[in-house]
Structures are given as structure tokens and as C-alpha cells.
Design a protein around this ligand. Structure first.
Ligand code: ZN
Length: 250
């Protein structure tokens, strides 16, 4: 971390310590999980720059899922599941801040379930989670382990329920709407926050950027390696890895 990022981390640490009970909300993206070994969809070198027969945005769209489930699940299990990924310093610190009563909620664009794995309780997963899966025909729920087993048992690699229906990940695909309740919960948490920390997201994809408009609190901090469209409205910018910043917070 350079001198400027260290200064920023110290400032953020002061704000966290001075934050009224339940006044902190965290809003994170892919950069929160890269240190857990989960590839960043949109950054160079990440998923989207890899060569596949179709553009990745299309492969994770609902119309592609419906038309070519076999190819969808090849891509999904190959590139979107990181088996054995563990929470990193950022996930763990956020869970600790919630236990201490400082943090009221985590809002995340990630689908890896690592906040819950770290012990966070109030987590709004805007894009769903790979840990939850549902049969499209009968509604039976499946874990990620179940999905891997169903895939192994399937001739075409498409995980299927005993009823014959496709077991679909509860992940929001392109062309699909966000879950209304999750979105409302996220908006409500951000609207009540006094300190909002936005981290590991380029804020390039909606509704991420739009959600910040609901913030009315005292301090907006952005922790990200590259600039974001919201930088000009932030009270503090820290250009560093999310895990490094959070492990340095007191
Ligand atoms: Zn079923």
C-alpha cells in the first residue's frame, strides 16, 4: 500500500471507530472476493476476456440458459464456481464489525456466499447466490454440493431434479430482474447509513451506481484499485486492495 492509501485507511479507521451503533453499511463488488481466488468478471484478465464461443455476457443470460442449458452449465461450473474458496480478511472484518454492532448490513453484487460463510448475518445479495439452487419444475431446493452431484449423474451435464426439471442456480442472469425484496432491503439499509463504504466495485453495472443515490449519511468512502464514476461524490478514496484495507482497520 502506498502512503496515500495508508493515510486513507487511517481516516477510514477513525470513521469506523466514531460511527454510531449500526450506522455503517458496506456495499461491495467483485474486488472483495478476488483475494479469495474468485475471478473478477469484468476486469481485464478476468472472466470476460477469456475466449469462449460466445461473449460471456450472452452465456450468462437467461435466453442462453433456456436455449443452450448444456453450454450454460459448462461455463457456469467451469468459470463461475470457485470450489473451496474461503472468506478473506475483508469478509471476516465485516462479520466482526456486525457482531460489535457497528455495521448494520452488507450489500453485495457477488454470488459466492462468502459473507455468510464469514459469519455476516444481514447480507443483501443483489445477484443471488451459487449456494442456493431450485428445481424449475417442482421447486425443490439444492445445495451447491447437490448441484455438483446432479451434474456428474447427468448425461449432458445439466443438473436435473428427480422429477426431471432443471435445477437452476438462484443467480440473477442477464435479462432477469433483481429480487424486489432484496433490492428494497439494500436501498433501506443504504438510506439509513451514516457511513457507507463502497469497495471492490467499478460501479459500472446498474443498479450499483443508482443505489448510492439513496445515501444521506455523513461519510461516503470508496475503496477500489481503479477510479469509479462515483469518485467525485466520495468523501474519501482509497486506492488499494480491499482485504489489505480491511485487515488494517482497528
Ligand atoms: Zn423437481
Amino acid at each position: 500500500m502506498d502512503e496515500k492509501a495508508l493515510d486513507g485507511t487511517r481516516k477510514l479507521s477513525e470513521w469506523v471507530r466514531a460511527c454510531p451503533s449500526g450506522g455503517m453499511v458496506f456495499f461491495g463488488g467483485a474486488g472483495v472476493s478476488t483475494e479469495s481466488g474468485i475471478p473478477d468478471f469484468r476486469s481485464a484478465g478476468g472472466l470476460y476476456s477469456l475466449k469462449y464461443p460466445y461473449p460471456p455476457e450472452r452465456m450468462v443470460s437467461r435466453s442462453f440458459f433456456d436455449a443452450r442449458p448444456g453450454e450454460f452449465f459448462d461455463f457456469y461450473f467451469d468459470r463461475m464456481i470457485a470450489q473451496g474458496a474461503k472468506p478473506n480478511a475483508a469478509h471476516l472484518k465485516l462479520a466482526e464489525l456486525e457482531r460489535r454492532g457497528t455495521l448494520s448490513a452488507v450489500v453485495t453484487q457477488n454470488i459466492d456466499g462468502l459473507h455468510a460463510a464469514a459469519g455476516s448475518r444481514t447480507v443483501f445479495e443483489l445477484h443471488g447466490s451459487v449456494l442456493r439452487n431450485t428445481c424449475m419444475a417442482c421447486g425443490r431446493p439444492f445445495s451447491l454440493e447437490d448441484m455438483l452431484e446432479l451434474r456428474r449423474a447427468s448425461r449432458d451435464g445439466v443438473p436435473r431434479c428427480a422429477c426431471g426439471g432443471i435445477a437452476k442456480p438462484d443467480v440473477v442472469l442477464y435479462e432477469e430482474p433483481l429480487d424486489g425484496e432484496v433490492l428494497e432491503g439494500a436501498i433501506d439499509a443504504i438510506a439509513r447509513a451514516d457511513l457507507l463504504v463502497v469497495a471492490g466495485t467499478s460501479l459500472a453495472v446498474n443498479p450499483a451506481a443508482g443505489l448510492l443515490r439513496y445515501f444521506r449519511g455523513s461519510h461516503l468512502a470508496i475503496v477500489n484499485l481503479s477510479p469509479t464514476p462515483a469518485d467525485s461524490s466520495a468523501d474519501l478514496l482509497v486506492q488499494a486492495k480491499v482485504g489489505e484495507v480491511f485487515s488494517a482497520l482497528a
